[in-house]
Write a protein that binds this ligand. Structure first.
Ligand code: ZN
Length: 243
C-alpha cells in the first residue's frame, strides 16, 4: 500500500476498518458472532499494528466478542471508552486524555451521549470517529412547543461545546452520525460539522441500512470541499489518497 493512501471498509452502523500504510484500525465493531470471525487471521496479521477502538458500551457500537481477536493477534491493542468496565490488557480512556502508542497519537474527546469520540493521528492522517456525538435534535414528540425548543437549544449547546476541542484540527477522515431516526433534522449535526471542520472525507454512519441518507447528504451539500462517501452495502471499501 502506498504511503498516502487510506482504505475504509464499512462494517455496520458506526463500525469501520481503516487501513493506512502500517496500521489496521477497527472502530465500533458491533456485528454478530459469525461476523466477528470475518476479521480473520489474514486480516489481523495484514499490518504491523492493529488497534481496536470502542467509543462506548451501547450494543450498536460494541460486541465483547471482539476480545477474541487477541488469540489470533496477541499484540492487538484495544482502546475502549472508560464507560466500559475494566478488562485485562485494554486501555480505557476518558474524555480529555491523550496517549501515544504504536506510533499513533490518540485523543479521547467528548461525546454528547455516553463514552467518547476519538481523534487519531496515524501514518500522516488525522482521523476523527464521533462515536455517539451528534446534534440529537429529536423531532417533537408529546412535548409542548416550548419544551421542545428548550430541549433543542440544550442539545445544540451540548453539541457545539463537545466539538470545541476540534477547532484547530485539520481532519482528513471524519466518521460522523447521520441518523434518520432523529426525524426531519437528522442531517443538521453532520452539516454543521462539515461546514465548521471541513474534513477532506466525510463518512456517514449510524444509519443502519438506510443507505439513502448518504446520497441525500451529498446532494444537499452541493459543491462542498468535503468528499462524502456514499455507502451502499456492508463490506464496501473506499479509498482516499492524500496528495
Ligand atoms: Zn449509537
Amino acid at each position: 500500500m502506498s504511503k498516502n493512501n487510506i482504505y475504509i471498509t464499512y462494517l455496520y452502523n458506526s463500525g469501520f476498518i481503516a487501513e493506512t500504510e502500517k496500521h489496521l484500525m477497527i472502530f465500533d465493531f458491533c456485528l454478530g458472532v459469525s461476523d466477528v470471525n470475518t476479521i480473520n487471521a489474514t486480516v489481523l496479521k495484514s499490518k504491523p499494528y492493529v488497534t481496536v477502538f470502542v467509543s462506548h458500551a451501547h450494543r450498536d457500537h460494541f460486541n465483547p466478542m471482539i476480545l477474541r481477536w487477541r488469540v489470533r493477534r496477541p499484540d492487538i491493542q484495544y482502546i475502549f471508552s472508560d464507560d466500559i468496565p475494566e478488562l485485562d490488557n485494554v486501555i480505557r480512556m476518558r474524555s480529555g486524555e491523550a496517549i501515544e502508542i504504536n506510533n499513533m497519537n490518540i485523543i479521547a474527546l467528548p461525546s454528547t451521549d455516553i463514552g467518547v469520540s476519538f481523534l487519531v493521528t496515524v501514518d500522516g492522517f488525522v482521523i476523527y470517529h464521533a462515536g455517539d456525538l451528534n446534534y440529537w435534535n429529536w423531532q417533537q414528540e408529546n412535548n409542548s412547543i416550548e419544551e421542545y425548543q428548550i430541549r433543542q437549544r440544550k442539545a445544540k449547546i451540548a453539541f457545539q461545546r463537545a466539538l470545541y476541542p476540534l477547532r484547530k484540527e485539520e481532519i482528513d477522515v471524519a466518521f460522523f452520525p447521520v441518523d434518520p431516526q432523529i426525524g426531519s433534522n437528522y442531517d443538521e449535526g453532520a452539516i454543521y460539522f462539515i461546514n465548521n471542520f471541513s474534513p477532506k472525507v466525510f463518512v456517514p454512519m449510524h444509519f443502519r441500512r438506510e443507505y439513502a441518507v448518504c446520497e441525500k447528504l451529498r446532494k444537499k451539500l452541493g459543491s462542498s470541499e468535503s468528499q462524502v462517501f456514499c455507502i451502499s452495502h456492508v463490506g464496501q471499501v473506499f479509498s482516499y489518497h492524500k496528495g
